[in-house]
Design a protein around this ligand. Structure first.
Ligand code: C2O
Ligand code: CU
Ligand code: CU
Length: 503
């Protein structure tokens, strides 16, 4: 592992901040600027969202912090959409000419001579045609733009859009380039879940700030190779504020959670025995609510949660991640009517049978060792990004991917375009696999957690464990990517193209 350089001055730590002095911001909802011109394509609402620098207050007692945004806020404006109703977004690169975070020119796609400032937007969880998916090498420079089409032909779910530029993706997202995209449908509406001002998005991410309040991204000791294997910030933001509070009424709320951190895993819990019920996962509703005393969210994962505050009038409830405090709910005193519902069944959600798969692929997650036995990052299937495509599922077929984790880390693995189900996880003897290439299991397979039983697009793959996912490749043919969602890994070769081919 590269040695970490100490920052020249100590970064701010959480003790520096007075807690719960800022109200939780809610990202603005994006408004269309009009319709796409008829003739060229189906007519649909057109949005225009610029990527641009902005100075934002992350806490009452901080000066403004320079960030990069979509549309001026972090998270950017929320795209509110409906299943089956396409939209188009003109993503305009209006970023400044120079980057302000440490680029590593030894990384693939970020070589010296490559434009420093580049953007390309990917809709995470979107069933998107390949030409609008934000292929990492399709980045463009300030002054350029691309209009992407999102068909939204998928179930109601919380998706998110973020930068995907080759070799600088971790820096661009750290700078602030992400936002939410909500798909709604009739199935969800029929449930009468809490909605309107009782449905609140919560995006969690961690950052380091220098004493002057500016973003600090960790660097390794070698200035020619500043890449670090993970970036954990000491400060935790919810919707872009440090230690925010939210006033809630004593009734049910629906929270749409996103882990937007580069590498941090959150394990959320509430204080005072307030119950969290998870009703949905990355790709929409679960079959039934699941009570979650602790809710794990890996980078890139989402959760849909209902909290009923009705029995906690007047309480100050904390939302924690292990020992960290993230935010506070201030529950009102005044009893109020709550017409919303939390049905005990949410939707039909058949589990896919293994027999539906026509192919099983075994794919490893590897530590990339140098000749000197030092880790140089991670790989998928021991294959760097630029090698020819090896995974070519046939459109309309189903496959099982056995993800064999030979590293010591948990990696959240994400596939573009598709949704999948987790079949199981099973520990194995990794030394034997590395030396002899044979799988010796150490225990029985365990099913996914109750709150992972729905449709996913990002799954935790634990160390020395085989995680099996079953993936219907339905949607579009074309070239996509799959990768680890720890952004430092993704930027350093833990990403591969794959191609869905026509039958
Ligand atoms: Cu959040 Cu390639 O994805
Ligand atoms: Cu994605
Ligand atoms: Cu990883």
């Amino acid at each position: 592992m590269p040695t970490r350089a100490a920052p020249p001055v100590a970064n701010l730590n959480p003790d520096h901040f007075e807690r719960f002095v800022d109200a939780l911001p809610i990202p603005p909802v994006a408004k269309p600027i009009g319709d796409t011109a008829a003739g060229t394509r189906e007519r649909m609402p057109l949005y225009r969202i610029p990527m641009r620098a902005a100075d934002v207050k992350l806490h009452r007692d901080l000066p403004a912090t320079r960030v990069w945004t979509y549309g001026g806020s972090v998270p950017g404006p929320t795209l509110e959409t409906r299943a089956g109703k396409p939209i188009a977004v003109d993503w305009v690169n209006d970023l400044p000419p120079r980057h302000f975070l440490p680029i590593d020119h030894t990384l693939h796609g970020a070589e010296k001579g490559t434009a420093e400032v580049r953007g390309i937007v990917h809709l995470h969880g979107g069933r998107t045609p390949p030409e609008s998916d934000g292929y990492p090498e399709d980045w463009y420079v300030p002054g350029k733009s691309k209009t992407y089409t999102y068909p939204n032909e998928q179930d109601a779910a919380l998706l998110w859009y973020h930068d995907h530029s080759m070799g600088v993706n971790r820096l661009n997202i750290y700078a602030g380039l992400f936002g939410l995209h909500i798909v709604r449908d009739a199935v969800e509406e029929a449930l009468h879940l809490p909605s309107g001002k009782y449905e609140i998005p919560l995006s969690f991410f961690d950052r380091d700030l220098r004493p002057d309040g500016q973003l600090s991204y960790p660097v390794a000791a070698d200035p020619e190779n500043p890449w670090v294997p993970e970036a954990f910030g000491e400060l935790h933001l919810v919707n872009g504020k440090i230690f925010p509070y939210l006033r809630v009424e004593p009734r049910k709320y629906r929270f749409r959670l996103l882990n937007a951190a580069n590498g941090r895993f959150y394990r959320l819990s509430t204080s005072q025995g307030v119950e969290m019920k998870q009703i949905g996962t990355d790709q929409g509703l679960l079959a039934a609510p699941v009570s979650v005393p602790y809710l794990q969210l890996a980078p890139g994962e989402r959760a849909d949660v209902v909290i009923d505050f009705s029995r906690h009038r007047g309480a100050r409830v904390l939302l924690n991640s292990d020992a960290l405090v993230l935010m506070q709910f201030r529950v009102g005193e005044q009893r109020i009517a709550d017409p919303s519902e939390l049905p005990s069944t949410l939707r039909a959600l058949p589990r896919l049978a293994e027999s539906a798969a026509m192919l099983t692929r075994r794919l490893t997650l590897d530590e990339n060792m140098s000749g000197k036995g030092e880790s140089q990052g991670m790989l998928l299937n021991k294959t760097p990004w630029h090698a020819p495509i090896t995974e070519k599922p046939v459109l309309g077929t189903t496959e099982i991917w056995e993800l064999v984790n030979l590293t010591e880390d948990v990696h959240p693995i994400h596939l573009h375009m598709v949704k999948f189900q987790i079949l199981d996880r099973r520990p194995f003897e990794s030394f034997q696999y590395m030396t002899q290439g044979t799988l010796r299991y150490l225990a029985d397979a365990s099913p996914p957690d109750a709150n992972e039983m729905g449709w996913k697009d990002t799954a935790r793959v634990n160390s020395s464990t085989v995680t099996r996912i079953i993936v219907p490749f339905h949607g579009y043919a074309g070239r996509y990517v799959w990768h680890c969602h720890i952004l430092e890994h993704e930027d350093n070769e833990m990403m591969r193209p794959y191609e869905i081919v026509k039958a």
